[in-house]
Every structure is written in structure tokens, then in C-alpha cells.
Design a protein around this ligand. Structure first.
Ligand SMILES: *[C@@H]1O[C@H](CO)[C@@H](O)[C@H](O)[C@H]1NC(C)=O
Ligand SMILES: [Cu+2]
Length: 174
């Protein structure tokens, strides 16, 4: 029983650790193409292929002679209107940490660029609860000391932790 409890605690600590690691994801907008108006990237498609969470970081990589990044309101995003941005970034390598749930909109402020598709709507969502809950600690089952079933439980738990670690390290846990 003590063994089972310590394993459950280990499992919970592990999950917290995994979550912390996963939440620090860094995404370069447009991947290797960066932040561009040349049409190589469908930013809506790019954004739809990711799961953004609070704590993740976006990197806008671009030539700042030709582009900038303006965080826009939903109206500004939809109308490609960059006249009253929430924030303007002009470094050419700008990092933005996602701080809250919901949509965050970015457009390029150079004439015609947003219209050409240099705009992105990032939806920051809470972590999915697709993972199964930790093993039950209920004591209602018969407490026959069965070496076979305890070994099976142990094997099963290590296997589960191994799979979770693999998911965690590849960034797909959340
Ligand atoms: C752009 O937005 C500003 C302020 O939000 C507004 O005053 C202006 O009329 C808008 N321009 C266009 C062309 O919609
Ligand atoms: Cu631009």
C-alpha cells in the first residue's frame, strides 16, 4: 500500500513537471519562413496546427525594413486597420509571451501586407484534460497479497510513465 501511494505521488509530481516543461513552448511564427507578406505561409493554417497555452512564447522573425508586428484588436485584425494597435513591435526578432486565454491578434502595419495575408489570430487555450486520472487509491478491493497482480500494476505504471515522458519530451502532452 505504501508503495502504491508513493507511486501515485511520484506520478502527480511527474505530471506537474511535464506540464511546466510543455507550457514553456516557443513557436517561431511561420516556422523557417518567418513573418512575411510574400505568401509562403498561410498563417491561419499555421496557427490552427498548434495548441497555444498561457506561458508559451511567439517569435516574430522578419526584416524590420519591410515589416513590423502590431498587436491588434479583433476589429483591427478583421479590417486590417493598424491605426490604433495595442502594441507595436519593430525589432525584427520580437518575442511575445502569451499571458492570457483567448484570442490575440497580430497584423503587419505596412501598407497592403495585412491584406496580403500577413495577419495571425492566435487562440490561447487551457490545457486539455485528455490524460487519464491517476490510478485510484481505493482500498475496497480484497487485500490478498498477490505477487502477480502487484507486479502487473508496477509494470503497467512504469509503462504509463514511460509513454507520458515520451509525450512530454516531444511536446504533445498538452
Ligand atoms: C481604423 O481604426 C480607427 C480607430 O480604431 C478608426 O478611427 C478608423 O476609422 C479606422 N479606419 C478604417 C479605414 O476603418
Ligand atoms: Cu509586412
Amino acid at each position: 500500500m505504501a508503495f502504491d501511494k508513493s507511486m501515485v505521488i511520484f506520478f502527480l509530481i511527474f505530471m506537474a513537471f511535464c506540464r511546466g516543461v510543455s507550457m514553456a513552448a516557443v513557436y517561431q511564427v511561420g516556422d523557417s519562413a518567418g513573418w512575411t507578406s510574400m505568401g509562403q505561409v498561410d498563417y491561419q493554417e499555421w496557427a490552427a496546427s498548434k495548441n497555444f497555452h498561457v506561458g508559451d512564447t511567439l517569435v516574430f522573425n522578419y526584416n524590420n525594413h519591410f515589416h513590423n508586428v502590431k498587436q491588434a484588436t479583433q476589429q483591427g485584425f478583421e479590417a486590417c486597420n493598424a491605426t490604433s494597435p495595442i502594441t507595436t513591435y519593430t525589432n525584427g526578432y520580437d518575442t511575445v509571451t502569451l499571458e492570457k486565454l483567448g484570442h490575440i491578434y497580430f497584423i503587419c502595419g505596412y501598407p497592403g501586407h495585412c491584406e496580403a495575408g500577413q495577419k495571425i489570430d492566435i487562440l490561447v487555450s487551457s490545457p486539455t484534460s485528455s490524460l487519464s486520472p491517476p490510478p485510484s487509491t481505493q482500498t475496497s478491493e480484497p487485500t490478498e497479497p498477490s505477487t502477480a497482480s502487484s507486479l502487473y500494476f508496477r509494470y503497467n505504471l512504469y509503462w504509463t510513465l514511460g509513454v507520458l515522458l515520451a509525450f512530454c519530451l516531444s511536446g504533445f502532452a498538452y
